[in-house]
Write a protein that binds this ligand. Sequence first.
Ligand code: SF4
Length: 670
Amino acid sequence: MIKSVCGYCGVGCGIEFEESKLIGDLSYPINEGLVCAKGVSELHSIQTPTRLLRPKIRTSIEEEYKESSWEDAISLIATKIKATTPNRIAFYLSGQLMSEDYYIANKLAKGFIGTPNVDTNSRTCMASAVVAYKKIFGIDYVPVRMEDVESANLLIVAGANPAEAHVVFWNKVKKLKKNGLKVVVIDPRYTESAKNADLYLPIKPNSDIDFFNLVAMRLILDNQIDEEFLYKHCNDFDSYKKELLKLPKTKLLKRTGLTKEQFEEFIKMFYENQNTISAWTMGLNQSSQGVEKNIALINLHLLSGKMSKKGNGPFSLTGQPNAMGGREVGGLATMLAVHLDYNEENIAKVNQFWKTSKVPKGNGFTAVEIFHEALKGNIDCLIICHTDPIYHLPNRHKMEKAIQKIPFVVEINAYNNSETSQFAHLKLPATPWGEKEGTQTNMDRTITKQEILTRKSIDCKDDWMVFKLLADALGYGGKFAYEKPEDIFKEYQEMCKLSHDGHLDIYKTSYQELTKKPFVWGEGLFDTNEFFTPNKKANLFCVSNKTLSEKPNKIYPFVLLTGRTRDQWHSGTKTGFVENLKKFKPENFVEIHPLDGVEFGIKDGSRVWIQSPRGQIESYAKYNEGIMRKTVFIPITNKKINYLTDDLLDLSSKEPDYNHSVVRIVSYFQ
Ligand code: SF4
């Protein structure tokens, strides 16, 4: 029997593998034997007919791919890299990578090729939470663990649908509800999670800041704040209060679309329940004001002192299995490595650690920015690893134009059927989950080792090995003399000692230890209410709703909401081919309120066009009384969804405004 971990979502369930079968690991603290349909069928994803099994090459995207040897493929990448300058090279990584893969890619790109343009698809899901945590607490640290919900009296879920996106975590929540846990769900759509809520607040899209600010005002006016905590452990309370109380209360409530009664019901629950955790995902993060939405919510914890105590705190949920590992290692273009920001001192430290002098001077282009730069002709070589930007980046027509301006695009992937592969010049077959090993960090800082469960497909290589071969071909081999992932992990552990006050204490475990049990980094970092800002106090910022997103109008009267469905994963590259998952849910639908259906002449089940200022896609209307009027919902498993979405970014997190694009629906037969 081999113990490993599920490679789908940020919950990171422990699993056991025996005689070609997967079951949940009863002894694993997070899931205690439970797994969802995706997790239990993950073995089948290794054997889909869509696996990429040989390197494939072509000189232009009009040509058919031809098989290539690994030697020729790696040598070609090295030649293309040498032929250009570092700032015209970009790496686009993924939360599906192991931390060791991430580490070596980041070291090669930033430390030796010298390009800062290393970003990850995690940018598109939780960069806003990273920036908010850093602004408030001084470091990127999630101060809540899943088990903390056991000590909470109230769970506030805002802009998230964990019942479908974090299934096993939600099962825990449902169990705890039987012991008295109260749940509030705040969402424009009556989601599966909302069905389990004690209070559901159907908030209007993009009014989250207004809602949280209203709650903050009430806490102050009702004297329900924790003054001792605020004056001892927070900066700028007086100026925050002054600014906040100037905001127009009635207008804020109107913008949320909530009634006074609904708001009062929430306040009552907030006051009556002592221990409170808030949890959120894309509904807050994927926004032109994603960072400020996070800040407005976290402010409620600071004001009420519902922080740093068991059962309290702000819990940003991550979607991918190793989104957190990417953050830790330095897979974001806005940081260097091991949570270090770009500044002179950190650059010197990292140069010294990697024994190089090529570490760039500042931030690189982030996910969407890489493509915006490509559109201007500023990118010569793009290396994409385990992710599908043409499917998942917003404003797809623009992204397709951009990628076609890049002379050399490499795709490293375990699967052959990504949307991006239509635009690549070279495809390298990587090992998927089950054929490789390494470590991953789930959404509550738990590091678990993924194990090899089946034989490696003959011509596939682990991602770390691909980057090592590339480093060799570029002449940096001496600094990349790793023989196995464990060697990389050990170096990464040493590097973690450079993190701010050594808070990334991954050096306290070992690769061998991780084969036996998981390790949680940074336990109790905020227990004494000393944070990682210069004066060790948390920062309070007053933020306001600037209504920057597209606004519905006569031509495009709907706001498009996007999200996951329970049994599919992203575009379905893996899950779409697994028999027992395929049957669960139809992928192509657009939810619309029946009254909007009547108003716009759209019948339930009818074929429709959904059109935005950027493009159109075809789908089937599905009536749902639980969706707010003048909003529609399309699941992200619809591979074409991003022909509709807007590529407006949050100014500081550079996360796209996915959830606020305007659309219209017209009957297919009009
Ligand atoms: Fe895997 Fe997430 Fe399901 Fe757990 S909840 S089995 S980690 S997909």
